[in-house]
Design a protein around this ligand. Structure first.
Ligand code: FRU
Length: 476
């Protein structure tokens, strides 16, 4: 470890010690979601199961709940339920990453765990530079930096060039990376390597102006390309899309294209962009395949440039968390997402089970960390008012599921909507300051942070004629 690296690690641990008590006392700390120990968390990084252990790295500013510094924090798990906090994986100590160890991915290479990430640099004139860097580890805990493996920009692109997602296929290494053309169009580029050392630019792969897609944003971040159920899927977080009806209602989006990729030709024919989450907070997801062959996605429950300074946890020196892990499957030309079944281990013994006549309504008191399953086959209009702070409303006329909450900035009500032709099932994960709603067995998902009065535990159920079957569990 270099002197500078050691110093940064020490400073970060000091921040954890100094601010830890205040952070831990915050009533909005979550029970089963990954959060920063102190400071700010954003993208999930390096998501992988390696030698049996799940590794989740994350963009981390240990010093303050803002984006001024970027380290890689690190959690590990054997079962996707209990997580251990590991020591810092990467600190921005070297010239090629001095303004941040930005997002990237992990892969097993020659028995080692390799991280490929973006070194973000701002020069004296505040001009950005971007280096794609390698770090390796033989134990999965201590990483040795190898420096840049790609140190130049492809011609015609700006320095908004970041977030390599690496994989190996037929003996060849590939990565896709987020990019911006000099005409300010968001794209994803493809790179190849036979030995992981010499990387060759293989051309633009997808994006604004490519594969029949028109203008589609000025920057694409955090790409992820994989095959699932016989289809190829490009997950990406584009910036600069206009709101269209109930689509693209957040500042930036995260979603996917389904299609056929040809890595030899470097081309990708695909359908329309579909959002992965219709709620308020979801961005920069990353996937991996685990040892059981499942494709598992985790996202950041936040969106850049979205008033995070108004989230109340900022006062207590931390902000943001990750989503629960979601298992992916392609059905009906859509990516379905379901919570991993391991999360059932969080359940307390006895569920609360009841039938509710929705026209009469009911009130339930829940612990802040709870799971709810609702069978709505026999209901029409349905409303859940959760902890008097956030509501979920199904409008059978408009065929819309709507999530509403007070806006962080000024308390005005804001709503996100999701088209649901017929509501048959809701699967809801509640934690102290978040909700994740899985609709009709994962056909759509809505995620949000919310900050209810910690003293109010109730959920009110109401609606039109009809009835629901309710099951809920305390989670711990
Ligand atoms: C996405 C992102 C990435 C970048 C990282 C920096 O949220 O902007 O493009 O690598 O965050 O923290």
């Amino acid at each position: 470890m270099t002197e500078n690296e050691k110093q940064l690690h020490d400073q970060a641990y000091q921040a954890v010690v100094q601010k830890g008590a205040k952070v831990q006392a915050d009533p909005y700390r979550q029970t089963y979601h990954l959060m920063p120990p102190v400071g700010l968390l954003n993208d999930p990084n390096g998501w992988v199961q390696w030698k049996g252990t799940y590794h989740m790295f994350f963009q981390w500013n240990p010093f303050s709940p803002d984006h001024t510094h970027k380290f890689w924090g690190h959690y590990t798990s054997e079962d996707l339920v209990s997580w251990n906090e590991e020591k810092i994986a990467l600190a921005p100590s070297e010239w090629y990453e001095k303004n941040g160890c930005y997002s990237g991915s992990a892969i097993e290479k020659d028995g080692e765990l390799a991280l490929l990430y973006t070194g973000n640099v701002k020069d004296e004139n505040d001009e950005r530079e971007s280096y794609q860097c390698l770090a390796v580890s033989s134990d999965g805990i201590s990483f040795e930096k190898k420096g840049p493996v790609v140190d130049s920009l492809p011609e015609g692109y700006t320095a908004h060039f970041r977030d390599p997602k690496v994989w190996k296929e037929n003996g060849v290494y590939y990565f896709v990376i987020g990019a911006q053309t000099e005409e300010l169009k968001g794209q994803v580029l493809l790179y190849k390597s036979a030995d992981f050392k010499q990387w060759k630019y293989a051309g633009p792969f997808a994006g604004s102006g490519l594969n029949g897609l028109g203008d589609f944003g000025y920057m694409w971040e955090c790409p992820d390309l994989f095959s699932l159920n016989g289809r190829d899927i490009l997950v990406v977080s584009p910036q600069g899309l206009e709101t269209k009806g109930h689509d693209f209602e957040n500042v930036y989006q995260s979603g996917y294209f389904l299609g056929e990729a040809d890595l030899e030709a470097g081309s990708f024919s695909h359908g329309d962009f579909q959002e992965l989450d219709q709620g308020f907070e979801f961005y920069a997801p990353q996937t991996t395949v685990d040892d059981t062959g499942r494709r598992i996605l985790v996202g950041w429950m936040g969106v850049p440039d979205s008033d995070e300074e108004f989230q109340p946890t900022v006062q207590n020196e931390w902000v943001h968390c990750l989503t629960i892990p979601r298992m992916l499957e392609v059905k009906n030309n859509k990516v379905y997402q379901q919570p991993v079944p391991e999360l059932k281990k969080l359940r307390g013994d006895e569920p609360l089970q009841m039938k509710v006549n929705t026209a009469f309504g009911a009130e339930v008191a829940l612990t802040p960390a709870s799971e709810i399953e609702i069978d709505c086959e026999e209901a029409e209009e349905l409303k859940l008012s959760i902890r008097e702070e956030i509501s979920l409303y199904y409008d059978p006329e408009k065929k819309l599921l709507q999530l509403s909450r007070p806006r962080f900035r000024d308390g005005a009500t804001e709503t996100r909507s999701c088209s649901v032709a017929q509501l048959s099932r809701l699967h809801i994960y509640l934690d102290h300051s978040s909700i994740e709603v899985f609709i009709n067995d994962g056909e759509s998902v809505m995620s949000a942070r919310f900050f209810p009065d910690p003293e109010i535990p109730t959920v009110q159920i109401s609606g039109g004629e009809g009835r629901i079957t309710w099951s809920s569990w305390e989670l711990s």
